[in-house]
Design a protein around this ligand. Structure first.
Ligand code: NAI
Ligand code: 15L
Length: 268
């Protein structure tokens, strides 16, 4: 049967808020979880990913989980360890114990952030490019993808790991023209990831069908994802404001953009 009740972790965040708006129209009942209370959502579960008992209860009787909760930018190793590495492990364990069949994991382009972006006629970046995390944050996403593989191989818990580019209402940098995922395409991709059959552990890039796309969307399309949007209408204005990406600047030459630098290089 089609999945219906979905636990959405990180529901108070930017992407969680967008998905709370968009996913119900696909027929899902969302159970919400976040560290922070969510205004207007009295039934949302307020819990930290370190609280194993709360996670166990939160995943009980759901058909699937969309796991967005965690630190979403670079931070100290200790914080990343707690929220993203141990937190994701805690969620997978709770899912295994309660017999949840599928997780959609919000991985990130920063799991492969040091990968050189395509230039000129270079081929698109394949999905099996080696992990090259650009930060402790990206490292936690590499870990999450490996954890997902382990839970498929050992426990037959399925995951679609979505290496999200930039999912915001509009792209705000020249780099984002290549990796932007419109919120509507994000919902389409999550829906495909929830409903495709026999995904085992599938890794996909998460973006719209951008004219300036850097990566291969074929594994996402194989799930039934048909992106409808393209960042190109934003290109002229962003390039006029920020200039083209410079090949000799590391933050412009790598997929992960400014995450490869500290402090950030602007514009990127
Ligand atoms: P966000 O920072 O706006 O939201 C993350 C949410 O997770 C927050 O509401 C926060 O309270 C919650 N959270 C953090 N630590 C927690 C913990 N220990 N226990 C429970 N909840 C916790 O981030 P955003 O942009 O909504 O991203 C959502 C997910 O997607 C993150 O995992 C992020 O790494 C990933 N992602 C997002 C991208 C984007 O373009 N928005 C790009 C690539 C990946
Ligand atoms: C991410 O992984 C972040 O969570 C998001 O806030 C953006 O910075 C995005 O990557 C990006 O690379 O633009």
């Amino acid at each position: 049967p089609a999945p219906r009740t979905i636990l959405l972790t990180g529901a108070a965040g930017g992407l969680g808020t967008l998905m709370r708006d968009l996913l119900p129209s696909y027929g899902y009942d969302l159970r919400l979880l976040d560290l922070r209370p969510i205004e207007g959502e009295p039934d949302a579960i307020t819990a930290d990913l370190s609280d194993r008992a709360a996670l166990r209860e939160a995943v009980r009787d759901v058909d699937a989980i969309i796991h967005l909760a965690g630190i979403s930018l670079e931070s100290s190793f200790d914080k990343i360890l707690r929220s993203n590495i141990e937190g994701t492990y805690n969620l997978y364990e709770a899912a295994r114990e309660e017999g949840v069949g599928r997780i959609v994991f919000a991985s990130s382009n920063h799991a492969v952030g040091y990968t050189p972006r395509p230039q000129g006629d270079d081929p698109l970046i394949p999905i099996d490019t080696p992990h090259r995390p650009d930060t402790f944050y990206g490292l936690s996403k590499s870990f999450g993808e490996d954890l997902a593989q382990l839970y498929w191989d050992k426990h037959h818990l399925e995951t679609v790991s979505v290496r999200i580019g930039s999912c915001f209402p509009e792209p705000s940098s020249v780099r984002m023209l290549s990796i932007w995922m419109s919120p509507a395409d994000g919902a389409r991709l999550f829906h495909a990831a929830l409903t495709a059959e026999d995904v085992r552990h599938t890794v996909v890039y998460g973006s719209s069908a951008n004219t300036r796309l850097w990566w291969d969307l074929s594994t996402a399309r194989a799930l039934g994802y048909e992106p409808q949007d393209d960042s190109e209408p934003y290109a002229e204005k962003l390039i006029a404001e920020q200039g083209e990406l410079q090949p000799g600047v590391e933050a412009h030459a790598c997929l992960g953009g400014h995450f490869v630098n500290d402090p950030p290089i602007w514009p990127y």
